[in-house]
Design a protein around this ligand. Structure first.
Ligand code: NAD
Length: 480
């Protein structure tokens, strides 16, 4: 059976302790590979490789760094089909989604930061009249840690690694143990692109072992983490007393605010996508749908009609709109929320049941699920489910919908549907979220700041924000 090995100092290697985890294919519930279960000694080895690569890499010219990153981007594109197939097999997502979103975006991440680093410059501040000149050096931090989740595996892994290495750092990275395959394949691509050994080191294993060892490592000076809010809290607790730089991209419970004056057909089509793309397992999915009462009933029946038509099935088939959930544990978690919704008095308008797909009976398939709720404070409306489950509720005024939209502990993104520009301005300012989309969803310009407020995280990724995170600013003050 294929082994998912660590990638340290430019070479694949087994974990010190020779212990392995099972890697499941969610579409059929079968174990199809074994994952290195790494611990402290493996992280220490990866750190050593990164530490010795740092002096050379941090002094490599911007042009050379950029050229290598562009080469990685091109090689990811060249390997689109095998990478997309690997992502779909590992995660359960439709192959069509991996082909059009995950893998192209992983390539764009490298291309974007290969270009961005050439435009990232130091500031200078002349203290006029004082014969003093200040300039700011933006120096790479050293060895940094990057830890990513399972929902958009290569996409989010590279979203951290690309800016980290573009800025001159060397990296110890860990993908999710639930979906490690494309990160494993990335090592080979980096070697082919000529990335010097030790610049990127990839460790596999569980969060509490391998992840924790990265966060706890005395000399890994910054941690960029994407994952659940509880894990983020734990990481912050560990890293804060060590004064590490921290970027935390955490969970969400994103609202859709749908006003009667919106472009209805466009809104309907996009809302189906923003609810169920990637089986609802995108941190930016809009899981709470608030609809102005004058169009609530019509929306309800049109939305359910469209959701019914979504084909759930074999991720490798072209007609599949929704594949399998990522794991059995996750499927059970999502199902527990559907049961809770009923206990809390919610009404299931569609879905809620596990599906058996012919030939893939042990896969983790769930119907897209639409639940009407009557109290925005109920648990299904407050807690992140991170699956194909959305709630519907009507509202009668801006004030009411804003109270509900902001009435959760999270604040990642919000989607507003209206054609009123004044309302757009008013509500965009009041929404407690790091990202507000108006009449669109998942529309990403990689230069824009990306991140959340409240329990959705601390810090921003994207564009120069990421390059600032992965560098230390040092002011040099010269009196002449
Ligand atoms: P998770 O928190 O369980 O795991 C994320 C990563 O952290 C994994 O690699 C895991 O192994 C590692 N980890 C776990 N415990 C750790 C520890 N003690 N120390 C160090 N690392 C540890 O999250 P998940 O279930 O993989 O992903 C789903 C969550 O991610 C959802 O809450 C979702 O909203 C969130 N997410 C957020 C964003 C964003 O940009 N804000 C994007 C995608 C996903």
């Amino acid at each position: 059976m294929q082994k998912i090995l660590n990638f340290i100092d430019g070479a694949y290697c087994e974990p010190e302790k020779n212990i392995w985890l099972d890697n499941y294919n969610p579409s059929n519930g079968e174990v199809y590979s074994k994952i290195a279960r790494s611990g402290k000694t493996d992280v220490a080895k990866a750190y050593e490789a990164a530490r010795s690569a740092f002096p050379i890499w941090s002094n490599t010219t911007i042009e050379d760094r950029s050229r290598i990153l562009l080469k990685i981007a091109t090689l990811i594109e060249k390997n689109l089909i095998p990478l997309a197939e690997a992502e779909s097999r590992d995660n359960g997502k439709p192959l069509s989604l991996a082909m059009t979103v995950d893998i192209p975006r992983a390539s764009s991440n490298f291309r974007f930061f290969a270009n961005a680093i050439t435009q990232f410059a130091s500031e200078a501040h002349e203290s006029i009249g004082l014969n003093t000149m200040n300039f700011t050096l933006r120096q790479p931090i050293g060895v940094v840690g990057c830890i990513s989740p399972w929902n958009l595996p290569l996409y989010l892994f590279t979203w951290k690694i690309a800016p980290a290495i573009a800025a001159g750092n060397t990296v110890v990275a860990k993908p999710s143990e639930v979906t490690p395959m494309t990160a494993y394949l990335l090592g080979e691509i980096c070697n082919e692109a000529g990335l010097p050994k030790g610049v990127l080191n990839i460790i596999h294993g569980t969060g509490p072992e391998a992840g924790q060892a990265i966060v706890e490592h005395k000399h890994i000076k910054a941690i960029s983490f994407t994952g659940g809010t509880k894990t983020g809290e734990h990481i912050a607790r560990t890293a804060a007393p060590m004064f590490k730089k921290l970027s935390l991209e955490l969970g969400g419970k994103n609202p859709n605010l749908i006003f009667a004056d919106c472009d209805y057909d466009k809104m309907l089509a996009v809302t189906v996508r923003s609810s169920f793309a990637n089986q609802g397992q995108i941190c930016l999915c809009g899981s709470r749908i608030f609809v102005e009462d004058s169009i609530y009933e019509i929306f309800k029946s049109d939305f359910v009609e469209k959701v019914k038509a979504l084909k759930v099935g074999d991720p490798f088939k072209t007609e599949t709109a929704m594949g399998a959930l990522v794991s059995k544990t996750h499927l059970e978690k999502v199902q527990s929320y559907i049961a809770l919704a009923q206990k809390e008095g919610g009404k299931i308008l569609f879905g809620g049941k596990q599906l058996k797909i012919d030939g893939l009976e042990k896969g983790y398939y769930l119907e897209p699920t639409v639940i009407e709720v009557f109290d925005d404070q109920c648990r299904v409306n407050q807690e992140e489910i991170f699956g194909p489950v959305v709630t519907l509720m009507p509202f009668s005024s801006e004030a009411e919908v804003m109270r509900m939209a902001n009435g959760v502990p999270y604040g990642l993104s919000a989607t507003l549907w209206t054609s009123d520009i004044n309302r757009t301005m008013r509500l965009s300012k009041q929404l407690e979220a790091g990202i507000v989309w108006v009449n669109t969803w998942l529309n990403r310009d990689l230069r824009t700041p990306f991140g959340g407020v409240k329990n959705s995280g601390v810090g921003r990724e994207g564009g120069f924000e990421a390059l600032r995170f992965f560098t230390e600013a040092k002011n040099v003050c010269i009196k002449y």
